[in-house]
Design a protein around this ligand. Sequence first.
Ligand code: APR
Ligand code: PHB
Length: 395
Amino acid sequence: MQTQVGIIGGGPSGLCLARLLSQAGIKSIILERQNREYVEARIRAGILEQGMADLMRKAGVGARMDKEGLLHDGIVLTFDGREERIDMASLTGGKQVMVYGQTELTKDLYDAVLKDDNITVIFEARDVHPVGYMDGKPKLEFHKDGKQTIIDCDYIAGCDGYHGASRASVPRDKLKEYERIYPFGWLGLLSETPPVHEELIYANSKRGFALCSMRSHTRSRYYLQVGLDEKVEDWSDERFWDEIRRRLPEHIAEKMVTGPSIEKSIAPLRSFVTEPMRFGNLFLVGDAAHIVPPTGAKGLNLAASDMYYLSTALIAYYKEGRTDLLDRYSETALRRVWAAVRFSWWFTSIMHKFNEDPIEHKIQLAELDYLMGSTAGKTTIAENYVGLPFDPTFE
Ligand code: APR
Ligand code: PHB
């Protein structure tokens, strides 16, 4: 087999990248380890920055998102019994975020990709190995139904997430990895209940962090900070609802509509970055290169700038024979990656409970009090939350 761009991983990064390339007539093959149902069932965050929403439109898959997505102008922070709104739109010259679940976004991408003549998707591709990319002869080796197949390609995009094959194939002395694992996780619950508030609530409390999010006007997504040794089985729905109410100011907790959970799971929190993001003709994209804790919902939005830079660079190569943007990919992508890693780490650090030492909570409250009393403080949260811009010189 042969193609222009070989893509490992059919998550949002691989799918959206393939569509962006296809819009410019570039052919790709996507190798996905799982089947479509499995990929579509994964529950992830649901907040899109304008940059990610624009990419979906550019990829020709924005219609349902624009119809069903909810635009938000602000977020709410609660701490010390207080409720403080950050009016992101007025602090950033009108920028908003869109509430649209990653599950829905992935469905829309698959609907388009599977009808696209420039894209081939191979599900249940096993033992995928990118080879030859340091010698200018990139190939993807894999097994399908027990048979080995090889794809010759010009470039390989590693869009296969944190546990994928692309980063793992790089010799250890060619990359540097930076990692922090946080001493807690997030227990998430999805329910068919109206959200407690029309905007997202990020709650700092003495008992730990909580988040009130949503998927629609009738479906809510809630999270609780929990210890790393906690088990989902020990969290009945009742225990979850009781705990989240205790972490919110009373006047908000009173309004909470509870109901049976549709899904419940615990996710660990980590900050992780690989440098560089390019190895010869292999480019890492999205979770394959970086992970952020979910505070601020930057995961997918960070994959967005990678997809934007890589698609722009590949289009410049195929249309104009230019390689300058491919050469700038890693450095340009990493600059925005580190900015989001910093924000996600900082937002995590002011909102979570790290230990039992009461001075820590007092200092967090002092910082939150300062930030909310300062236009500069609120603006720094708003600017980062709506998303830092893509590099305008990358063209
Ligand atoms: N071979 C083929 N496919 C693989 C392999 C492999 N060895 N390893 C992983 N995959 C597939 C996974 O099954 C998954 O479908 O690669 C895909 C990676 O998808 P994600 O983990 O979702 O990563 P990405 O597409 O970069 O998405 C960005 O945004 O909200 C965040 O972390 C969240 O998924 C999210 C991300
Ligand atoms: C979510 O809706 O799942 C969500 C929202 C905001 C976050 C993290 C997760 O910061």
